[in-house]
Design a protein around this ligand. Sequence first.
Ligand code: FAD
Ligand code: FMN
Length: 755
Amino acid sequence: MRVAIIGGGPGGLYAAALLKRLDPERDITVWERGAPEDTFGFGVVLSDETLGGIEHADPVVFRALQREFTRWDDIDVHHRGRAVTSGGHGFAAVDRRTLLAILHDRCRDLGVTVRTREAAPAAERLARDHDLVVAADGAGSATRAAHAAVFRPTLTGHRCRYIWLATDLALDAFRFEIAETEHGVMQAHGYPYRPGVSTFIVEMHEDVWRRAGLDRLDEAESIARCEKIFADALHGHSLRGNRSRWIAFTTVVNERWRHKNIVLLGDAAHTAHFSIGSGTKLAMEDALALAACLHEQPGVPEALAAYEAERKPVVASTQRAARASLEWFEHLEQYAAQPPRQFAFNLLTRSRRVTHDNLRLRDADFTASVEREFGTGPDTPPMFTPFTLRGLTLRNRVVVSPMDMYSATDGTPGDFHLVHLGARALGGAGLVMTEMVCVSPEGRITPGCAGLWNDGQEAAWRRVTDFVHARPGSAIGLQLGHSGRKGSTRLMWEGIDQPLPEGNWPLAAPSPLPYHPHVSQVPHALDDAGLAAIREQFAASAVRGARAGFDLLELHCAHGYLLSSFLSPLTNRRTDAYGRDLAGRLRFPLEVFDAVREVWPDDRPMTVRISATDWAEGGTTADDALEIARAFAAHGADAIDVSTGQVVPDEAPDYGRSYQTPYADRIRNELGLPVIAVGAISSWDDVNSLILAGRADLCALARPHLYDPNWTLHAAAEQGYSGPGAPWPLPYQAGSRRPPTGRTDAPRPRLTLDV
Ligand SMILES: Cc1cc2nc3c(=O)[nH]c(=O)nc-3n(C[C@H](O)[C@H](O)[C@H](O)COP(=O)(O)OP(=O)(O)OC[C@H]3O[C@@H](n4cnc5c(N)ncnc54)[C@H](O)[C@@H]3O)c2cc1C
Ligand SMILES: Cc1cc2nc3c(=O)[nH]c(=O)nc-3n(C[C@H](O)[C@H](O)[C@H](O)COP(=O)(O)O)c2cc1C
């Protein structure tokens, strides 16, 4: 088998060594256009996981690396003159040059041909006389570009600039240094990688970089400036470069990783922002997987298919974490005023992979000190701290997110609603929200949606709120909405957003645009009289809601329903005062808000649910969401419930763990508004992490509460918490511990006798 490898970085060299080791008969050539000594960058961090893989695959490389590793456990965050340390992390770093030298040696010993200072022939040409071509030619891969039609790469530039430097200051921890300058916030992160030498990467938003004039400086001048900015941190030590320049990180994603017998590996296939230290790790893990697949599969095509199938999901997950991390740094400025410990905790949990519980296990003193500063009582997880909105104090931070049950009759909630909402209130959430309760029969989504436009409905809701309030400390909120162009459709399980087969009612919207073109009914554009009537309906329902005893009212301005469709430029094409620009698009939702706020009791809070992005070209963006939130807050909204999407059917959401929380985070930290975060928050650990990091004030969970009505009580039991933030209903107290499982009746060994 003849193998050509383009690129002698860690990915290419390690793949070459492994392939040769697995089958010495293979004829393997690596082309590297640079000389071994002129590599970029300084130290790279490798995780224990990668090291485990390396140890098993090639102990020779592992032992050589072992000898060279610099290891440490702590992360120090220096901010506003304070140093906060979190321990127990376990890092290992090595000089990139040393890593490459070890891999070069290994390749030479195994009989791989490495042609340094020689550009590789084009992959297409190599593919003709080799069985396999591995394109490990880095983030700027020419192979990828040459076959872009097949690999379908997406290259996304980001808004920070960084420079990779080194210092002879011997750091003994991973160190984050935050510098608040007259131009904006900058950060450096450094770590040791050789005795007496540390990596020192300086990064900042490009606006700060320009304001500071760094865009006009060459390498030496940039280094001098960074030395000045971080003089305190460097304790008089100098910085040095290695052909260092200011770079904007580019995230590379490829739809396909293989083309005939050519395969992408490492940075050529994918990049992950260096702040989670994963690029080298991913490249070496790719090499491990590729070698294993070639070993296991009958032929090259099968091996490449298996390699792509194995690596793509793992890489996607790392890239999601890396993106969360880089976006955190892009918005660093918004966190600068956080108290030092919370800031450090926020920084450490930024990728959403490291959580409160992980950190607690690594260094309990650190999390305890963050919690003390935050104000949790002793033995009280952050999620069980109270939160106040106007006259309403919630006993914990968990909200049962609004969920339409499609189970009402003529808009009237029945026994199902009493049991459903009642069970969730018993289940311990601080606040239980109703589903979207519609303000008129035509404002319903489906014939099964609940409403609040007549006395019968008011009385039926009163029955629910009475049940909830029978237990002091439980609260229930009313979500009021109007379906707009998404109305007159079938029950969720009969065809979501599909028009009714019969009995349709006319739809109202800002503009006559159907939700599903050629499928949905075309709504009529509301005129002034129509707008006034709907405004009145909202106010009338709010009056009924107050009488029915709800503790909080949420205006549903999300998910493409009527008020949301006024906000989005994709659904509001009006040219009158209710359209045109964002101020115009906000006008009707704000009028409704004002009409409701006027009749809603002063001491009871109002929240607004928004779609903070449409996930669609030309739609609402995160920046628009800030303006929308700001406007509602100026009109008296007490908190913003930050959801996303469902505004247009051709959306492209970026799903993942807590994927909507960055939108809530920005509103909270840029505008200083209380927020409810929602969306794929599923573990109590996530809730604790988001609350303690100051990224959300409340966390709404929907589907987890369908799975487990007692979600909050179970979260308390699992954390050994039994305080006032999650009281078990008295009749349930006998069940307040998880039932034992795996019991065995087999006799236990009682005696050990020496023989
Ligand atoms: C500032 C910064 C900090 C980082 N820190 C870390 C860290 O701490 N931990 C970590 O794991 N990763 C880190 N990385 C990422 C890491 O450097 C890369 O992910 C890793 O080097 C990828 O390995 P690779 O072999 O795929 O590509 P590369 O290392 O980029 O190697 C590609 C090689 O291909 C050669 N090449 C390209 N085209 C040709 C051609 N036509 N012919 C011959 N040769 C060619 C190039 O010269 C290059 O040597 C960091 C990256 C940056 C930018
Ligand atoms: C069955 C169901 C019905 C829903 N109905 C509503 C609703 O009436 N109003 C609303 O704002 N969101 C509604 N949602 C969205 C949820 O409130 C929540 O934002 C979403 O499910 C993401 O949270 P999760 O990942 O915890 O499920 C509904 C979700 C589900 C699963």
